[in-house]
Write a protein that binds this ligand. Sequence first.
Ligand code: GRF
Length: 246
Amino acid sequence: MNTASDTAMQPTTMPAEGSTAVPPPPLKVAVLASGRGSNLQALLDARRDGRLAIDLVLVASDKTEAPALRRAEEAGIPTLALSPKGFPDRASFDAGLFARVAGYAPDLIVLAGYMRVIDGAALDAWSGRIINIHPSLLPKYRGLHTHRRALAAGDALHGASVHFVTAELDGGPLIAQAEIEVHPGDTEDSLAERLLHREHRLLVACVQLLAARRLALGTHGACLDGLPLGAPLRLEGDRLAGVGPG
Ligand code: GRF
C-alpha cells in the first residue's frame, strides 16, 4: 500500500476538529509557456480573484515574442525569455533553462502550452514538482494535433489531462481529466475552442490542490491526501469530483 511517506511532496497534516487551520504558505509557482498563454491567464485570474493561493515567481518562455510573456508583464510577474537558438542542442538548452528557473526557487513548475520536448536530465530535480496540461484524454493522443486525431478516430468524447511530467512525452502519472462531447459537425477549431474553457478550469483546480499540499507524486502515481488515486480525478463543473474540502 502506498502511504503519505511515499510521496515527493508531503500533504499537510489535517488539523484536529475544532482547531484553527493554519493555511500553508503560498506555493511558489513558475509557468513555462510558448504561445498565447490562456492557461496562464486562467491562473492569473484565479489568483487575482482569491481562488488560488499561489505566488507566481516566474513566467518563462522559449519564444521571445510569446503573448504569454506580455500577460505576465501586465500582471507584474517576472519573465524570462530564452531562445534555444543560442544553444548547441536540446540537452544544453534545457539545462540552461531549468537552471535559470531554479534560480527563482519555485515549489512547482507548470507547463501551460509549453511546446517543447524536455530533456530527461533537466527534469530529474523536479520529479513530483512539475505538471503539464495536454489537450487529450491521455493516454490517447500524446504529442501534437490531438483535436484532429480525435475527430479522425470518430471519438464521441474528447478532453484534456493534467499530469506529472516525466521524461516520457505526455506520459507521466495522470492527475485529472476534463471531458467534452464531440458534436456532429465539430471541426478542429470548434473542438479546441470548446475544450480550452474546460482546460482553464481543470488547470486551476489541479493547482489549487497542489497549493493546498494535498496532491503529490508517490511511487505508484499521483496521491491525494496521501492515498494513491485509483483513476484520474474528473472535472465536473468547476470542481474535481469526489474531492472534499480537505
Ligand atoms: C492548450 O491547448 C494546452 O493544453 C496545450 O497547448 C495549448 C496552449 O494554450 N498544451 P494556451 O497558450 O494556454 O492558450
